[in-house]
Write a protein that binds this ligand. Structure first.
Ligand code: GDP
Length: 323
């Protein structure tokens, strides 16, 4: 990783162009400014260009953590951030908060949840409002991940899984991690909801509560064998860990590294990300123009090949009725 740049003085960037090099070299303030821009300037040509440039150079591995509230996601995220920093990696965390509204709440959430050193330039933490109360990913969160993964070495996206909203994490994650609470009966619920097909890794949290964690792990392993999980030759590992004691964290990181290697083989990562880009465009169009608009959009043959330019082009054509 290149040496981290110094934080520029406040206000210094207000005049700078918002291009990818600026976001990469401008420290946390530049990243925060870019994310604010995502939330206010959707569809603006310079933002579209920035997001497409970022999408083309997404070098980070994106780890998506999902699971019910209280399962231990943020405690695990904290532990993973400390370990990644100790290993010399830069990390960004995006927490998708189903309760916070678009304004307010988010900053408080960041402070309350993460125990990171505010002076550490290698860690960036942000929470963003969910698309709806069920914790789904908004278009802005997707764009934020695209930016963060072009700047940091590791990106952790946390979403609260309530019912079907877990599925949204696969819109942005390279590795989907489903967190399950020991002895909560969650695995049965997940199996019923079809959520067991989603994860690449299953984590049973709070392994320090030994007996219950073991029971939950075997319950999950049973549910997995019933659901026949594990696409593209990948066998979904079930890992018991305790973010509180550190037990199982090395095994979890090893599982993440294996999945990463699995994706890097045979062009799987490129295929996965291309599939995700298709879905971003569809989602963005569906949110703005409804399912009818999406059906119209499907008949269009946009010229742009990059996702954000394609979205802008399709949106412009639907708005002007040239479809
Ligand atoms: P989240 O809502 O999924 O982000 O869950 P949190 O990380 O906020 O954790 C919920 C509660 O579980 C908190 O009281 C944590 O202290 C506790 N917790 C998290 N990880 C562990 C663990 O490894 N062991 C134990 N015993 N408690 C944990």
């Amino acid at each position: 990783m290149p040496p981290l740049p110094a934080e520029p003085a406040p206000g210094a960037q207000a005049r700078d162009p918002l291009d990818l090099a600026t976001v990469r070299t401008g420290g946390k303030r530049a990243v925060a400014r870019a994310l604010a821009y995502v939330e206010t300037a959707r569809g603006r040509p310079d933002l579209v260009a920035l997001l497409d440039a970022a999408a083309r150079s997404g070098r980070a591995h994106v780890l998506g953590l999902t699971g019910p509230p209280g399962v231990g996601k943020s405690t695990l995220t904290n532990a993973l951030v400390q370990r990644a920093r100790a290993a010399g990696q830069t990390v960004a965390v995006l927490a998708v908060d189903p309760s916070s509204r678009r304004t307010g709440g988010a900053l408080l959430g960041d402070r309350a949840r993460m125990k990171t050193d505010p002076d550490d330039r290698g860690v960036f933490v942000r929470s963003m409002a969910a698309r709806d109360r069920l914790g789904g990913l908004s278009d802005d969160s997707i764009a934020a991940v695209v930016l963060l993964r072009a700047v940091y070495d590791l990106v952790i996206v946390e979403t609260v899984g309530v019912g079907q909203s877990e599925a949204d994490i696969s819109l942005v994650a390279d590795t989907v991690v489903l967190c399950i609470q020991p002895a909560s009966g969650d695995s049965l619920q997940f199996m019923k909801a079809g959520v067991m097909e989603l994860p690449d890794i299953i984590v049973v949290t709070k392994a320090d509560m030994a007996e219950v964690a073991r029971r939950a792990a075997s319950e999950v392993a049973g549910a997995l064998s019933l659901s026949g999980s594990g696409a593209h030759g990948w066998t979904v590992p079930v890992i018991r860990l305790s973010a509180a004691t550190g037990e199982g964290l090395a095994a979890f990181e090893a599982a993440c590294a294996s999945h990463r290697a699995h994706l890097d083989a045979d062009g799987r990562r490129a295929a996965l990300r291309a599939e995700q880009e298709e879905k971003w465009v569809e989602e963005a169009i569906r949110v703005r123009f409804g399912t009818h608009g999406l059906a119209r959009a499907r008949r269009l043959m946009p010229g742009a090949t990059t996702p954000f330019a394609r979205e802008a082009e399709v949106a412009a054509r639907l708005t002007s009725g040239q479809d």
